[in-house]
Design a binder for this molecule. Structure first.
Ligand SMILES: [Mg+2]
Length: 327
């Protein structure tokens, strides 16, 4: 297989890997020319890029090539979801290192293709470079036809909600890297949440229809950091109830009362959004088609204050053990 890879030049490899990838009615010209051509649109366009680098963001031993390809696209989709947009088209840069065969890249692209087809994204171009480390960089174009959710529009009095559950991905990562043990069923769930996150595209599109349009962000760096991005950009403060954080059964079974991953663990790719008060968990859960929980509210000031079971905990203190209810 190595020899086959060697005998394929960059252009042949791109052609080989991209031939089965989906295009869309918006694609006037796909891979194969200097640029792709997309049909014009009257909607606002969203444009984002993200990389996954070996030994920085992943290790090959942790999962399959398919999951790696799927995740590389999913994390970009999550950024479009966070703005309330619809993903349209992407281009992929693959930095390849020695020691990986053609079969590996075919499997990686199979993962990309599965996600691209599921969300109807055209893969309109690619580039391949040589590198010391394997990395996958994807630039994704989306569009917003219903309103754009930004980080700088949170208002005092807004309720803060999150989709899904928090901390699962970080717990999965801790298991994969041997820092945490878990029973079989929770282990599978948490590891899967790390390797194969779900971009909340539909939820984002639904939220973007609300008026006023909510402020929103996807939780990629952890609840605290990402909420702080909203606070900074919107020039407001927030109060969060640690006891209201949504935790999965698997998280509780593995972490007990330890909330550190739910507060500071990254890569859940859930949406955090701020809406005018009056919407209930039940209403939003039904409208978005996945569990939604209110975790706090936007207040005057610039600080994030977290209320644990024993009172206020300064968010700047990183020893989250203080939030363990049993301490
Ligand atoms: Mg993001």
């Amino acid at each position: 297989m190595r020899s086959k890879m060697k005998s394929l030049g960059e252009f042949e490899l791109i052609a080989h890997l991209t031939k089965a990838l989906p295009l869309s009615s918006r694609t006037i010209l796909g891979p194969g020319d200097d640029c792709a051509i997309l049909a014009p649109t009257t909607h606002q366009q969203l444009f984002t890029i993200d990389s996954m680098v070996e030994d920085v963001h992943f290790r090959l031993a942790w999962g399959t090539p398919e999951k790696l390809g799927a995740k590389a696209l999913s994390i970009n989709l999550s950024d479009v979801a966070a703005m309330g947009g619809k993903p349209i088209a992407c281009v992929i840069n693959l930095a390849v290192r020695d020691g990986l065969d053609l079969r590996f890249f075919e499997r990686l692209y199979r993962g990309v293709r599965q996600v691209a087809m599921r969300y109807k994204i055209a893969v309109v171009g690619g580039n391949i470079t040589r590198s010391e480390k394997l990395s996958i960089t994807i630039a994704l174009l989306g569009e917003a036809s219903r309103g754009v959710m930004r980080r700088d529009t949170a208002r005092i009095g807004d309720d803060i909600f999150v989709t899904g559950t928090l901390g699962d991905s970080a717990a999965g990562l801790a298991i994969l890297s041997g820092k945490k043990k878990a029973a079989n069923a929770p282990l599978k769930f948490l590891v899967e949440r790390h390797l194969n996150p779900t971009p909340r595209i539909k939820a984002g599109l639904t939220l973007a229809k609300l008026r006023p349009v909510p402020a929103a962000i996807d939780i990629s760096d952890g609840l605290i950091q990402d909420l702080e991005h909203i606070l900074e950009r919107s020039r407001v403060g927030a109060e969060v109830e640690a006891t209201a954080l949504p935790l999965s059964k698997a998280y509780r079974a593995t972490m007990n009362e330890d909330l550190s991953f739910a507060l500071s663990g990254g890569e859940d790719y859930e949406l955090l959004f701020c809406t005018r008060p009056g919407l209930s968990n039940a209403h939003l859960t039904k409208a978005l088609g996945l569990p939604v929980h209110r975790i706090g509210k936007i207040v005057k000031g610039s600080r994030l204050i977290i209320f644990g079971k024993k009172g206020v905990v300064e968010p700047k203190i990183r020893g989250w053990d203080q939030l363990r209810a049993n301490d």
